[in-house]
Design a protein around this ligand. Structure first.
Ligand SMILES: Nc1ncnc2c1ncn2[C@@H]1O[C@H](COP(=O)(O)OP(=O)(O)O)[C@@H](O)[C@H]1O
Ligand SMILES: [Mg+2]
Length: 281
């Protein structure tokens, strides 16, 4: 769906993105995970044809991004980080207006219903909460049933219940076959939503794989346990794959002195720090 080959880009004289390569497969959720300022939005702007001054090849849905015309946007939906809506118009008026920009568009009512805005559709957007604006902005990106959807920090700033709604909507889109490229600095969102994740720092991709492979390929899973020792509770830790070598654990097991045991895999955050030397937030 997307092939990026030797992408180079700079805002100033100093190179920012150098020799970046990756590909996005049809139907997958592909995520860029990185801290603020890493270049996530910049890459999305290049992919969506908003920054045409790059070097190298960026083919999106069979079109070189810098050569896109309005046809390109008939198949591409974009949900920007900050909602871009007309505040003085109602939700429904906003959708009607944006729908008029496309050759084909979906009926508005079911879209409003899908995000729980049917009863709020005739209120002005200026009276919407942040979560409502985010949901409206999201269905605005779906109006023309795009086959490729770009979401920039889709859950950023949302409370947990609105973030849950947004994540379910994203997963529903993938189920219906839409290819999704999203950015996030939230490792939980990346782990839950993305089929593949690209770590990005300072305009550079540091790793690219499934969240599971990234987690399993690095850092071993560990167990922590507590046990009784002279009427006191003591703690121990061990690498999961090497519990046979932990003589303390073996002894407390034999003597039925174990009080609790938990296993924990490294998180994407741990792997991110290990690979890039940087923290996500
Ligand atoms: N229009 C611009 N002109 C100059 N520098 C910019 C511009 N937009 C972004 N940058 C810089 O590029 C870097 C990456 O920004 P951005 O892509 O927005 O990061 P992210 O989305 O990962 O937070 C940052 O250092 C930012 O200050
Ligand atoms: Mg950004």
């Amino acid at each position: 769906m997307i092939t990026v080959d030797n992408l180079n880009f700079s805002y100033t004289r100093k190179p920012f993105i150098e020799s970046m390569n990756f590909a996005v497969k049809p139907g997958e959720i592909f995520g860029f995970l990185g801290p603020s300022g890493a270049g996530k939005s910049t890459v999305q702007k290049i992919l969506t044809g908003l920054i045409p001054t790059y070097k190298g090849s960026v083919v999106v849905n069979q079109t070189e991004a810098k050569k896109r015309n309005s046809d390109f946007y008939e198949h591409v939906g974009v949900d920007f980080e900050v909602p871009s809506l007309f505040e003085k118009l109602t939700g429904r008026e906003n959708l009607r207006y944006f729908a008029s920009l496309y050759r084909h568009s979906l009926p508005i009512e079911p879209l409003l219903e899908s995000v729980g805005l049917a009863n709020e559709a005739d209120k002005k957007v200026m009276d919407y909460s942040k979560g409502m604006k985010s949901r409206l902005n999201f269905i605005k990106a779906l109006l023309h049933a795009p086959s490729l959807l770009f979401l920039d920090e889709p859950t950023s700033g949302l409370d947990p219940s609105n973030a849950r709604v947004m994540k379910d909507l994203i997963l529903q889109q993938r189920k219906s076959g839409t290819t999704i490229v999203l950015t996030t600095h939230n490792m939980y969102d990346a782990t839950e939503l993305c089929d593949r994740v690209a770590f990005i720092v300072d305009g550079t991709l540091c790793a690219l794989d499934t969240p599971r492979n990234l987690i399993m390929s690095r850092g071993a899973a560990t167990i922590t346990y507590s046990y009784r020792e002279n009427a006191q509770e003591c703690q121990g830790t061990s690498v999961l794959a090497e519990t046979a070598n932990d003589s303390c654990l073996q002894r407390v097991l034999q003597e039925n002195r174990l009080l609790s045991i938990h296993s924990s895999e490294p998180t994407l955050n741990d792997i991110f720090s290990e690979l890039t030397g940087r923290k996500l937030q």
